[in-house]
Design a protein around this ligand. Structure first.
Ligand code: FAD
Ligand code: SF4
Length: 511
C-alpha cells in the first residue's frame, strides 16, 4: 500500500523503529513551512537550526535508502500549510495510507487529528519513541494525590528506569536529591573550558529565510553556527559535556556571570527537543561516564543533571498533556501589563536584565536561572500578561517548543497556573541575584538601597508584588514567612516602596 509518513521538524529521532528497514511503498515527507516559522516571531538561530537539522535528517534518510520528499522553504510546490501540503501530496502520488508520529504540540495534534477525520484514506499515528513517559503516565501517577509534586514523580522515574539506584528503594549516595549542594556562586574559578567548537556554515539557509521575508529576532554568525544540527554533532556535544563540564555542573547550576554565558551548562536542550538525542541515552552516557570517573566527579554533579532530564523534562511534558488546552489561557494572578521594549533590545540600565536579554538575542540561549530569576522574575514582579511573556520565551530560545516552554514559563516562572507546577512563585528581590551573580557590581542601581531613585528596582518591585497579590497567597503556607514580614513592615516604608515600584511598572523602559 503506497504510504506517506510525515516527519515534523522536532521529530528527528534517528533511532526510531520506522527506519529499521526500507520499503519501496513508503515515502517520508518533510517540509519547511511558514505555518511553523510565523506562529510567533522566532529567533533567527532557531529557524536556521530547525531547517538545517531537518535537511541533515533528510540526507541521512536518503543515505539509508529511504525515499524522501522534502520541500524547502522556497520550493514552488510548498503551500506553507501542513494540511494543504499533505492533501496535494496524497493526490499527486496516489497515496493510500497516511502515517505520522504523535506531535508534541497540542496545536499540531489538533490539526492532524482533524485532518485524519476528513481524509478518506487509511491513517495511523505512532509514538515518537522519544520520551520516557507516555502522554498519560503522568495522570495515572498523580491520580488521587492532592498535589503534583515533581520530587515524587522523579523518585518514581529513578526506580522505574533503575537510574542511580542501589536497590529497589535505595538511591545511590543515600539521598534522592543533592539540590542543596547546587548553589555556588562562580567567582572566576574553577576555569570554564572553551566552548565546544561546532562551526557549521548556514549561509545558504539564512539567505533563503531572508528572501522569504520571515520576520525573526536576534543575530547570527552564519559562518560559525554553534548549534548541533545532526546526530554526529549532537553526540559530540554530549561527550564534551561529560568530559569537560559535568565535573562542576551541579555546583554552579544556579550561578550567573557577566563574562561567562554558558558556565557548566550542557546546551543539549535543542538536540534533545528536536529528538536527535534520546533522553535515556543522555542520562545513561552521563551516569556511565561518572561511574568510570568517580574519583574526579562527585555524585551531586550527576544527580543534579539526571534530575533535570528524568524529572523536570518528563514532568513538564506530563503536565502539558494533562492541562492543555486550558493551560495556554491561565492567568490566575490576573496580570495584564505589556512587555517593555527592552525585552527586544537589551537596552536597559538594569545590568542583570541587560546581560540576560542581550545574551539571549545573541545566542538564542540563556540558562535556567537567567530565564527564571532574571527575565521571568522581572516579568512577574511587573505583572506582565502571561500571553506576552509566553510569546517572548517561545520565540527567543533555540529549545523553545510549546510543551516545555509554556509549562516552564506560564507555570514555573509566572505562577499563572496558580501553583500546579510550582508550590510558590519564583520571585526575589535583588539580594538573590546579587548572591548568585556578579551583575550588581557594575550596575548603576544600588543593591543595598530600597526606595531611593538609585535603588535596585527588584527591591521595591518584590514587596509591591507581595502586597498587591496578597489575596492569592493567603492560604499558601510556603509564603507565610514572607507575608508575615510584609505585614510587620512599617506602613510609611511600604508606601515608599510601592511608590517606587509603581513608577517602574508604569515606565519600565526608563530604568
Ligand atoms: P542544562 O542546564 O545543561 O540542563 C540539562 C537538561 O535538563 C536541559 O537540556 C533540559 O533538557 C533539561 N532541563 C533542565 N531544566 C528543565 C526544566 N525546567 N524543564 C524541562 N527540562 C529541563 N527548556 C526547554 O527545553 N525549552 C524551553 O522552551 C524552555 N523554556 C523555559 C522558560 C523558562 C521561563 C524557564 C525558567 C525555563 C525554561 N526551560 C526550557 C528549562 C531550562 O531553562 C532549559 O531546558 C535549559 O536552560 C536548557 O539549557 P541546557 O541544555 O544548557 O540545560
Ligand atoms: Fe539587577 Fe538590581 Fe543587581 Fe542591578 S542591582 S544588577 S538591577 S539585581
Amino acid at each position: 500500500m503506497k504510504t506517506v509518513r510525515l516527519l515534523l521538524g522536532d521529530q528527528l529521532n534517528y533511532e526510531h523503529s520506522w527506519y529499521g528497514k526500507t520499503n519501496d511503498e513508503v515515502v517520508y515527507f518533510m517540509a519547511e513551512m511558514k505555518q511553523e516559522t510565523n506562529y510567533v516571531k522566532h529567533h533567527i538561530q532557531k529557524v536556521v537550526a530547525f531547517f538545517k537539522s531537518m535537511r541533515s535528517f533528510s540526507d541521512w534518510l536518503k543515505s539509508e535508502n529511504h525515499q524522501v520528499i522534502y520541500y524547502q522553504l522556497d520550493d514552488e510546490k510548498n503551500q506553507h500549510d501542513l494540511v494543504e501540503n499533505l492533501k496535494q501530496l496524497i493526490k499527486d502520488h496516489n497515496i493510500e495510507k497516511f502515517e505520522y508520529q504523535l506531535p508534541d504540540e497540542y496545536r499540531l495534534d489538533e490539526q492532524l487529528n482533524d485532518f485524519c477525520k476528513k481524509i478518506d484514506i487509511e491513517t495511523e499515528a505512532v509514538d515518537t519513541e522519544h520520551f520516557l513517559t507516555s502522554r498519560t503516565d503522568f495522570v495515572a501517577f498523580f491520580k488521587g494525590k492532592k498535589q503534583m509534586v515533581m520530587e515524587y514523580f522523579y523518585r518514581d522515574m529513578r526506580k522505574k528506569y533503575d537510574i542511580m539506584m542501589i536497590s529497589d528503594k535505595n538511591p545511590e549516595g543515600g539521598k534522592w536529591n543533592f539540590d542543596q549542594s547546587n548553589r555556588k556562586k562562580w567567582k572566576g574559578s574553577p576555569e570554564i573550558p572553551p566552548e565546544k567548537n561546532i562551526k557549521n556554515s548556514v549561509a545558504e539557509i539564512h539567505k533563503m529565510i531572508q528572501k522569504a521575508e520571515i520576520k525573526t529576532i536576534g543575530s547570527i554568525d552564519v559562518a560559525n553556527f554553534p548549534w548541533p544540527t545532526n546526530r554526529k554533532d549532537s553526540l559530540q556535544l554530549l561527550d564534551y559535556f561529560c568530559e569537560e563540564l559535568l565535573v562542576h555542573f551541579g555546583d554552579y547550576q544556579d550561578a550567573m556571570h557577566t563574562e561567562e554565558r554558558f558556565l557548566f551548562h550542557s546546551r543539549l536542550s535543542f538536540a534533545m527537543n528536536s529528538k536527535m538525542l534520546h533522553p535515556k541515552e543522555v542520562i545513561e552516557t552521563v551516569v556511565s561516564f561518572w561511574r568510570s570517573n568517580k574519583e574526579m566527579i562527585d555524585i551531586s554533579q550527576v544527580e543534579g543533571f539526571v534530575r533535570q532530564i528524568l524529572g523536570w523534562r518528563e514532568y513538564m511534558r506530563g503536565m502539558y498533556w494533562k492541562e492543555m488546552p486550558n493551560y495556554r489561557t491561565l492567568n490566575k494572578l490576573n496580570n495584564t501589563n505589556s512587555l517593555p521594549e527592552f525585552f527586544w533590545t537589551g537596552n536597559t540600565k538594569m545590568n542583570c536584565l541587560k546581560h540576560a536579554i542581550t545574551q539571549s538575542l545573541e545566542n538564542a540561549y540563556a540558562h535556567h536561572i537567567q530565564r527564571l530569576m532574571i527575565t521571568g522574575n522581572f516579568a512577574l514582579l511587573t505583572q506582565m500578561h502571561p500571553d506576552e511573556v509566553d510569546a517572548w520565551y517561545l520565540g527567543i530560545y533555540i529549545d523553545a517548543i510549546e510543551w516545555v516552554e509554556i509549562t516552564n514559563t506560564r507555570g514555573m516562572s509566572q505562577f499563572a497556573d496558580g501553583g500546579l507546577v510550582a508550590t510558590k512563585p519564583y520571585v526575589s528581590s535583588g539580594s538573590y541575584i546579587n548572591k548568585m551573580s556578579n551583575y550588581c557590581k557594575d550596575c548603576v542601581y544600588k543593591i543595598s538601597k530600597k526606595e531611593t531613585e538609585d535603588a535596585c528596582p527588584f527591591n521595591s518591585l518584590y514587596w509591591n508584588f507581595l502586597d498587591e497579590k496578597r489575596e492569592h497567597f493567603k492560604d499558601n503556607q510556603r509564603m507565610n514567612m514572607m507575608m508575615s514580614l510584609l505585614n510587620k513592615m512599617d506602613k510609611t516604608k511600604l508606601e515608599a516602596l510601592k511608590n517606587r515600584a509603581q513608577a517602574i511598572i508604569a515606565n519600565p523602559d526608563d530604568y
